[in-house]
Design a binder for this molecule. Structure first.
Ligand code: FAD
Length: 393
């Protein structure tokens, strides 16, 4: 039965969920509190998420907009290899290369796939009340809307998650992340990460002529570099092996992003009745696996199947939560664990732990990577799994 659904938040998860539902014939509206559409550096879309995008009909558009990467190189700051798997090994394990794409290009593809008038910018969801027939949402433009279901895709500060769970605390993770795009090519063999004591620098080709990079370091919360973030990174990473100094030199300082990283209490509930969470609203995770956005894309494809195959929205939402929780929980834990290892104090400990990864056999690591990020790691519910969902008791 076609449902009328309001999606709160037009990030990756919200847009993809709306596209997936519309393609299955449901009536969807999205409200987004922000009016700006900034580009936000690059993003890695792993094959699990490409499979989810294929499921909603957009995989090839994303592949065409980005560049393929057979990542996996790991080097020490002086250029010594810690791991150097062959591209074939990575692609065989993952089912296809991952794709690195400009965030704005991904957002444009998702937005363009919506039917006209679906998305309203500059409107926030403020209050949510369950009614006998569905849900009533009060919006910041003083209107209310009545729908059969609400999907909270409103990110780590989600009001919908708080509606379901009460207060959810944030804690600073103790370190900050920078992101940028260098206007130069990267040798595909170097796609991956370079580590130092308490520091990491990731670099992947974003198409033939540009390179997406990111870096993390422990720092006091809310800090900003007095002489600019790029100048600071050049002092921290200037003596590292190439291509890192060259990448920083080829980056526009105005485009460098700096974000302190936060952990949020996990949501005990992702759904109650006709209200459900997707993406960071449900399961915020640290960025070390490059899976936050990818999991939002998996959520989108899978939630749409549950809604499609279940007459009752509440049952569909509860079925989605039960189906998704286990996979996502392990990724949240693993991302946090990697972040703790990279940022161990004293920094010497992080250096030892990072370098100890050379002791893990390549086959074990590749097998694990495949369980997280291969095409086959995206598992959609069967018709009967989706069709047998029941409302949570
Ligand atoms: C440094 C860094 C690197 C990363 N790298 C990767 C990567 O390579 N690959 C990957 O998959 N992931 C990566 N991630 C994670 C990824 O960016 C996030 O998981 C993803 O963007 C979350 O998308 P979302 O749609 O769930 O939430 P968001 O992007 O937070 O979107 C939520 C939207 O909801 C809106 N909103 C909030 N409240 C309201 C309201 N009340 N009413 C209406 N609208 C509202 C917000 O304005 C926002 O637009 C990285 C993250 C960081 C910090």
């Amino acid at each position: 039965m076609a449902q009328q659904i309001l999606v709160v938040g037009a990030g990756i998860a919200g847009l993809a969920t709306a596209v997936a539902l519309q393609r299955r014939g449901h009536r969807v509206a999205i409200v987004e509190s922000r009016t700006d559409t900034s580009s936000g550096a690059g993003i890695s879309i792993w094959p699990n998420a490409l499979a989810a995008l294929d499921d909603i009909g957009l995989g090839d558009r994303v592949r065409a907009a980005g560049g393929p990467v057979a990542a996996g190189a790991l080097r020490w700051r002086d250029g010594r290899w810690l791991r150097h798997p062959t591209a074939d090994r990575i692609v065989n394990a993952l089912g296809e290369p991952l794709v690195v794409v400009q965030r704005s290009a991904l957002m444009d593809i998702l937005t363009d796939a919506l039917s006209d008038g679906t998305l309203r910018r500059g409107v926030a969801a403020q209050h949510i009340v369950a009614t006998d027939s569905g849900v009533q949402v009060t919006l910041s433009d003083s209107t209310t809307c009545s729908v059969s279901g609400v999907i909270g895709a409103d990110g780590i500060n989600s009001v919908v998650a708080r509606h379901l769970n009460g207060p959810l605390n944030h804690r600073y993770a103790g370190y900050t992340a920078w992101r940028g795009v260098a206007e130069c090519a990267l040798d595909p063999d170097l796609a991956g990460e370079t580590l130092g004591a308490g520091l990491e620098f990731g670099h992947v080709p974003m198409g033939p002529n540009r390179t997406y990079w990111f870096a993390t370091e422990r720092a006091p919360q809310g800090n900003a570099a007095p002489d600019g973030e790029l100048a600071y990174l050049q002092t921290r990473f200037g003596a590292w092996a190439q291509p890192i100094p060259a990448l920083l030199a080829a980056t526009d300082p105005a485009q460098v992003l700096r974000n302190d990283l936060y952990d949020r209490d996990q949501a005990r509930r992702w759904s109650r009745g006709p209200v459900v969470l997707v993406g960071d609203a449900a399961h915020p995770m640290r960025p070390h696996l490059g899976q936050g956005g990818c999991q939002g894309l998996e959520d989108a494809a899978i939630l749409a199947r549950f809604v499609d195959h279940t007459a009752d929205v509440s049952a569909a939402f509860a079925g989605f939560e039960a189906f998704r929780r286990r996979r996502v929980r392990s990724l949240v834990r693993e991302s946090a664990w990697i972040g703790r290892v990279v940022n161990l104090r004293p920094a010497l400990l992080s250096a030892l732990a990072s370098r100890a990864t050379v002791l893990v056999p390549e086959a074990v690591l590749t097998h694990h990577l495949a369980s997280v990020a291969a095409r086959s790691a995206f598992v959609a519910p069967t018709l009967s799994e989706a069709g047998q969902a029941r409302p949570a008791g």
